[in-house]
Design a protein around this ligand. Structure first.
Ligand code: ADP
Ligand code: MG
Length: 291
């Protein structure tokens, strides 16, 4: 069995009276990329801030490699690379000073890796942090999270603020990390990012984890829809198990719950003007959970 790198057990967090995360449990196996998705305000950042011990939780436990993780546990902290959704750094420092400072916490030689990241993300080390745009701060945040080759990357909305070219560079870096076996907790509200990189996804809404599934399971969900145009709608649907999505004069769209062969046989008995079978994209499948 693979190691459980990160375990969240029954996490609950309130801000005053506002419930942000409720009784959330999930675990990440070594080497997997886990997509943590949910609409704005769902509780993603709160979960991540609790994992990182940046805020106090009301209840629950966080384990890293099977050991309880608290803010004084420096050796576990070193295993983690964290990219916050909003980056607050020392504004007076230059990018170079910030990177030097970060590097000084680690005994390993990080300069080659640092150089590689700075080059690929096109970072200007001479700039002062307070002069960086949001996107450029994000790029610096990526270097800080990736530089020490952590075993576990925790990324909160990592692509926000990045231009499309930098997003591609970022996805390449993620792919390389995945190949190396880094475990990645990837929080986002952008559904299209999930299919690209994640092995499993957890969907969070109103502070509750709704569902955890593999990308394959989601894609295999029998959610195809059939649209037909015919004058014989009533006769056709009488012979099939369908869930009507919309109906409009001679056109009907339905979810087909019958065997696909049966569908074809039944349809062949009638005169059909048009037929459209639509397989939903992963985004459409996921959107179904958001509602
Ligand atoms: P997400 O990252 O998924 O967009 P958050 O974890 O930021 O969601 O927010 C979850 C809920 O907690 C929201 O209802 C948000 O308004 C609330 N919340 C987040 N941070 C605070 C805070 N510092 N004080 C009060 N409420 C907060
Ligand atoms: Mg957030």
């Amino acid at each position: 069995m693979k190691n459980r790198v990160l375990e969240i057990k029954k996490l609950t967090k309130y801000y005053g009276n506002v419930l942000a995360v409720k009784n959330l449990s999930l675990s990440l196996n070594q080497g997997e990329v886990f997509g943590f998705i949910g609409p704005n305000g769902a509780g993603k950042s709160t979960t991540i801030r609790c994992i990182m011990n940046l805020i106090n939780k009301n209840d629950g436990e966080i384990l890293i490699n099977g050991t309880a993780f608290d803010k004084d546990n420096i050796s576990l902290k070193k295993l983690i690379g964290y990219l916050p959704s909003e980056i607050h750094l020392y504004d007076d420092l230059t990018v170079k000073e910030m990177l030097d400072y970060h590097e000084s916490f680690y005994s390993e030689q990080l300069c080659e890796r640092r150089k590689m990241l700075v080059k690929r993300l096109k970072i200007d080390e001479t700039k002062k942090i307070e002069d960086l745009s949001y996107g450029n701060k994000k790029k610096l945040g990526i270097v800080l999270a990736f530089m020490h080759e952590p075993d576990l990357l925790i990324l909160d909305e990592p692509t926000s603020g990045l231009d499309p070219i930098m997003q591609n560079v970022f996805f390449e870096l993620i792919k390389e990390e995945k190949e190396k076996g880094t475990t990645i907790f990837y929080s986002t509200h952008i559904l299209s990012e999930i299919a690209k990189i994640c092995d499993r996804v957890g969907i969070i809404k109103d502070g509750k984890l709704l569902n955890v599934e593999t990308i394959e399971e989601l894609q295999n969900k029998n959610l195809i829809t059939v649209t037909i145009e015919t004058k014989q709608i009533d006769e056709i649907i009488k012979r099939l198990e369908v869930e009507v999505i919309s109906r409009n004069n001679n056109q009907i769209t339905f979810k087909n719950n019958s065997d696909i062969n049966k569908l074809i046989k039944v349809l062949s008995d009638f005169s059909i003007d048009t037929l459209l079978i639509n397989e939903p994209t992963l985004e459409e499948v996921l959107l179904h959970y958001y509602k």
